[in-house]
Design a protein around this ligand. Structure first.
Ligand code: SF4
Length: 485
């Protein structure tokens, strides 16, 4: 495919097979690599594959051999986009990759990343996880300067700003741009001769770095992806840092000071990250177990069995079972591959809704009183059908326990959970939500209980629960806002 020309829309942007709007949508996954001896394109492929849960709409890999850049990107899942025919030509020892869920801009092919442009300083490719909250102003400045934009994504604004920044080298230009960017950005940047890893001063989105046995380095959104590539000595990129990778010796620069009040996204613990990842120095799996234990302390309930809504709630259900002494068992079996097809179901299959994604293990729930653990309720349109499925299978009582507080406010920092009126907890009391879902009792973990389980009382963003944003935001901004202009 030819870049950076806008890509045609293609049929991969079809309607999702199963309604997943009742979960916050992951932001994106990014990866950057320097390896002195191995084909980085294949490593980038397997690294992105380990980050597939963070975005399933589009993906891309850009590679440099020190002379020129090559790239392949498209809409779809990693395994649908890449094959030996388009990976093998991506020769080089430096690479960046991106797997996308659209948080700004629609899911069209022209918003796929990395973005790649030619600049007066040489080629530049950028992959971004997060969302700038001042994109509108930055975009206006670029358009007034006569800079053309081919997409509706804030990540393209980042790329075009970098191209025009003053400075003697790319680190200097990125540092200058960081003074102007407000919001969430974990970035990997590919130039002809290096990869830069960048994290915003608030630390909203995760980014970790590890060392390869051959002296190379990898940065990735989650440490789980670094483990997949057999990285050692893994640490998180600190808020405000730029890390330059082009030889075995890393260059670490504290480009801007960390914000006085850090704002790490709590939802990485609750739902987004893989359970084998580390976030803020804490095991995601163990935090989720403690969330389940905390639910027992806050809402002890007699029952026969504890079941999770798979997959992200499994560790919390284990924690609940351990702390309560109530046995754990599987109540739902999830079809993990349902999101991996673009074949549209027939009307009658679509009417099955969540039943297309989950089956009940009837023998485990029949005539039983159940504690059902789920990570979150966004719009409230999945929990009801799940409770109904359990009742149809003969469950006597269904007590729903949620491992975070009610989500009442939108996120502007890179997580798509819909607008205020779409969030059921912004319109309804807990009792009204319980009645809507049809469960016997409902408890959301308190904010204090959640932070106790995480092990910190500050340094995290909790704006979607509290409405207190760590940076000023414009409530008028929507995901596709720029497409109307
Ligand atoms: Fe994460 Fe919620 Fe803050 Fe968004 S508002 S960054 S989802 S904690």
């Amino acid at each position: 495919m030819t870049y950076p020309l806008p890509l045609p829309e293609n049929q991969h942007t079809a309607q999702p097979l199963v309604d997943t709007a009742d979960k916050p949508h992951e932001e994106c996954g990014i990866i950057g690599l320097y390896s002195p001896t191995e084909e980085v394109a294949r490593m980038a492929f397997f690294g992105l594959f380990a980050l597939q849960h963070r975005g399933q709409e589009a993906a891309g890999i850009a590679v440099s051999d020190g002379q020129s850049l090559r790239m392949h990107k498209d809409t779809g899942l990693i395994t649908q986009i890449f094959n030996p025919g388009n990976l093998d030509p991506l020769k080089g020892h430096l690479a960046i990759g991106h797997t996308r869920y659209s948080t700004t801009g629609s899911s069209s092919a022209r918003n796929a990343q990395p973005f790649w442009i030619e600049t007066q300083h040489g080629p530049l490719a950028v992959a971004h996880n997060g969302n700038l909250v001042n994109t509108a102003e930055l975009r206006d400045v670029l358009l007034r300067k006569g800079v053309g934009l081919s997409s509706t994504s804030d990540s393209e604004v980042i790329t075009m700003m970098l191209a025009g920044m003053p400075g003697n080298n790319w680190v200097e230009r990125v540092r200058q741009a960081m003074q102007l960017w407000q919001g969430a950005y974990s970035l990997v940047i590919l130039t002809r001769d290096c990869v830069l890893a960048v994290r915003d001063p608030w630390g909203f989105r995760p980014l970790s770095i590890g060392m390869l046995k051959n002296g190379g380095h990898v940065v990735a959104s989650e440490s789980g992806a670094l483990r997949t590539l057999d990285c050692q000595a893994i640490r998180e990129v600190k808020p405000g840092e730029i890390i330059r990778m082009c030889s075995s010796a890393l260059k670490v620069i504290q480009a801007v000071p960390p914000a006085p009040q850090l704002a790490l996204c709590t939802f990485e613990h609750i739902y987004f990250s893989r359970p084998d990842s580390i976030w803020d120095g804490r095991s995601i799996h163990h935090v989720r177990q403690r969330l389940g234990e905390q639910l027992v302390r806050e809402a002890p309930t007699a029952a026969d069995v504890v079941i999770p809504v798979p997959d992200s709630s499994i560790p919390a259900a284990i924690g609940y079972a351990n702390a309560s002494g109530i046995p754990y068992n599987d109540g739902f079996i999830k079809n993990r591959y349902i999101g991996r097809t673009f074949i549209q179901p027939t009307d009658s299959l679509r009417k099955q809704g969540v039943a297309l994604k989950f089956n009940v293990v009837e023998d485990n729930v029949r005539d039983k009183s159940l504690i059902v653990i789920d990570d979150s309720i966004v719009r409230g349109n999945t929990s009801g059908p799940l409770v109904q499925m359990l009742r149809q299978a003969g469950a006597r009582e269904v007590h729903l326990r949620i491992t975070c507080p009610p989500i009442r406010h939108s996120c502007y920092m890179g997580v798509d959970m819909g607008g205020g009126e779409q969030l059921i907890a912004s319109q309804s009391s807990v009792e009204q939500i319980r009645a809507h879902i049809g469960c016997d009792s409902l408890h959301f973990l308190s904010l204090e209980g959640m932070m106790q389980a995480i092990g910190r009382q500050n340094g995290y963003c909790n704006a979607c629960f509290t409405g207190v944003y760590p940076i000023p935001v414009d409530p008028a901004i929507t995901k596709t806002g720029f497409e109307k202009t």
